[in-house]
Design a binder for this molecule. Structure first.
Ligand SMILES: NC(=O)c1ccc[n+]([C@@H]2O[C@H](COP(=O)([O-])OP(=O)(O)OC[C@H]3O[C@@H](n4cnc5c(N)ncnc54)[C@H](O)[C@@H]3O)[C@@H](O)[C@H]2O)c1
Length: 209
């Protein structure tokens, strides 16, 4: 694969969509898919798809298309999904419990290996075969179980403190659901998620209909 120096964020953000579409095509028993068909399924031009994929190497055959299994494996590799990351969820309330129960993470290669909370009523509960542990043990557990990704689902007021502890314990990335701007070292990868942004955008569009 080519060095990934000048890959735009927009291209990287489209890779999970390619991966998901290829997974669905694989489930449908499709062996070969054209960039036209991929584009139709994704609402992206075939030129854009060919350009995106060409940034990472030579995939597909002119006049034939892409071999679905092979391209899915390659896109998965580019995304690092062949690494089988160990993940932990912090804050097992409404959102944290739903995230911990989401079965699709496992099929993408993410292993849920720990859950943490501070509430004695929540600690000891089992969610998706994993027992909720005391947040006070988090740093030790993160190291022992080689947890690389921490998912933050605690109230905003506690989120920075949790992030600091996750960083200190050595996670490589944070998926933050708390509505705050986190301060993390430059070396840390953090993705902030906010479902209300999608809903507010939807409100904008239907207001103008
Ligand atoms: N990004 C999104 O789209 C989205 C959607 C829903 C909720 N949220 C956010 O997710 C967070 C959780 O929301 P919720 O509705 O699940 O709340 P919740 O009150 O149901 O759950 C929060 C959980 O965090 C635990 N907790 C609190 N402080 C803690 C700490 N210091 N260490 C460990 N655990 C701690 C609580 O005991 C509780 O179990 C909030 O920040 C909320 O704003 C984000």
């Amino acid at each position: 694969m080519k060095g990934q120096v000048n890959i735009s964020k927009a291209t990287v953000d489209r890779l999970p969509l390619y991966f998901r579409t290829l997974r669905l095509a694989q489930d449908e028993g499709i062996d070969i898919i054209s960039s036209d068909e991929l584009g139709r399924r994704l609402g992206i031009t075939p030129e854009q798809i060919r350009k995106d994929l060409a940034s990472f190497g030579q995939f597909g055959k002119k006049g034939v298309g892409y071999y679905v299994n092979e391209l899915k494996r390659n896109v998965g590799k580019i995304l690092g999904l062949d690494n089988h990351w160990n993940i932990a969820v912090v804050g097992i309330g409404h959102l944290g419990e739903a995230l911990a129960n989401y079965q699709n993470f496992v099929s993408l290669g993410f292993n849920l290996v720990a859950l943490f909370d501070q509430d004695p009523k929540v600690i000891g509960k089992t969610v998706n075969h994993v027992v909720v542990e005391d947040i006070r043990n988090m740093q030790q557990v993160v190291k022992e179980r080689n947890i690389q990704i921490g998912i933050i689902a605690v109230p905003a007021a506690f989120a920075q403190g949790v992030a600091d502890k996750l960083v200190e314990a050595g996670v490589k990335g944070i998926w933050n659901f708390a509505p705050i701007k986190m301060e993390v070292p430059d070396s840390m990868h953090i993705i902030n998620e906010d479902l209300s942004i999608g809903l507010s955008s939807l409100s904008y569009y239907i207001t103008r209909k």
